[in-house]
Write a protein that binds this ligand. Sequence first.
Ligand code: ATP
Length: 516
Amino acid sequence: MSQEDTFKKIISHAKEYGFIFPGSEIYDGLSAVYDYGQLGAELKNNIKTYWWNSMVMLNENIVGIDSAIFMHPTVWKASGHVDAFNDPLIDNKDSKKRYRADVLIEEYIQKLEGKVDKEVSKAKKKFGDDFDETKFRETNPRVLKNLDKINGVLDRFRKAGEADDLAEIRQIIIDAEIACPVSGTKNWTDVRQFNLMFDTKIGSVDGDAATIYLRPETAQGIFVNYLNVQKTGRMNLPFGIAQIGKAFRNEIVARQFIFRMREFEQMEMQFFIQPGTEEKWFDTWKERRMKWHKTLGHDETLLRFHDHDKLAHYATAATDIEFNFPFGFKELEGIHSRTDFDLKQHQEFSGKKLQYYDNERNESYVPYVMETSIGLDRMFLSVLSAAYKEETIEKEDGKTDQRIVLKLPAALAPVQLAVLPLTKKDGLPDKARAIINDLKFEYKCHYEEKDSIGRRYRRQDAIGTPYAITIDHDTLEDDTVTLRDRDTMEQQRIKIDEIPQILKEKVSMTSLLKKL
Ligand code: ATP
């Protein structure tokens, strides 16, 4: 199955089972806006809890806040968003489709890289154990030609970016003969800068109304509250402030489902440190954040770091944690060493001192900042796409069957335990309800009595429920139930009073957090 087919299947599965619906669907949807359904909201909340607790509960020196979406307009002047939060856009005159010029160029480079990789794997197959990849890359003429092209475009693109030369960016697209995927033509408009912030008016009288922005990131709410939190929380460096909240960006091309949306959620943490300790903290947070992802048990090959070669003028280091989405490796989270840039900007624009008095050093200074920034929706997509599996299973009669199963990390699953009475009679439903009534304060349980047990198991597999218990007539006699494991499909007979311990060990958020 191609990656594209897998992606389509994941999207339709997400809709069919109530994870994600297109926004305003009965009005034919709204571009790049999605709603989380009954199961999606649960999964999303569990991801939030995993992030929030890992930051705020497990670290004495990290606290959480919840700041407003609307902020004083000068915040976005100070942060640089008014002047520089732009993407270069270009239109194809024939299809009238709009693209991000930088993305067109990046996709072109990726295509060339794909060609190089193909040559390498072809040669690897041909030469087997004797294959020397480094030498091949340095000498093969076809590889060299493509690498030359890649380096040439990258070099021009970097210089054009630094000089803000939009005409040159257009020329790169023309010279590389990049065609519009819809019309197939190379009939391009000029490149223009487009600011990604949504604006609106605050105030009831038109004349008095001031333009304000919907925040394009949550981080600024943390920076402007730095001093409030430091003083009222009596925080000493190093300390962090975490926040989860909505952000809005008028993305030029919002594609790829919930990967790039116009309204999305971020989970950001700014860690305030002594200047001079940034290298140590950058490495620490890189490692901690990667561990957070890996603790979910994904296949290791799905995650990688991508260090930035080109840094913002104020940054000392930056890396992305990339995830292998069904459409390839893309940014999932950013880790940035931002020096004292943000606080100093706010100090200058607000005229208020944003300093820290360091008792040890006996001096005041503006702290440095280490930032970890992850999109909640992208995290949701990474978890969902890693979990989606189509399996062929052997049946007892020797025939085979297919199942779709979401192998979600158990603690994140929207439903954690399915409770299934074998029949609707003989007091079995009452027994099932009694079990749920004991567990429902800590775990999301799902009661189902319709259809055969096999079909009910399939439905639970499709929504990722890690365990199901079946209540049968023996249960009434000896208080035992059959526990079925989603992944192995193995069944075992256990005592009802063993269930809480099993859930605590295998399904609880605590069990996941303890692995960190
Ligand atoms: P990209 O290069 O993909 O546009 P970015 O570098 O602009 O992302 P940041 O500004 O660093 O992203 O934002 C931090 C995180 O917020 C990203 O790593 C991503 O997970 C998430 N994010 C950013 N833009 C969007 C969006 N339009 N939809 C969903 N998530 C987003």
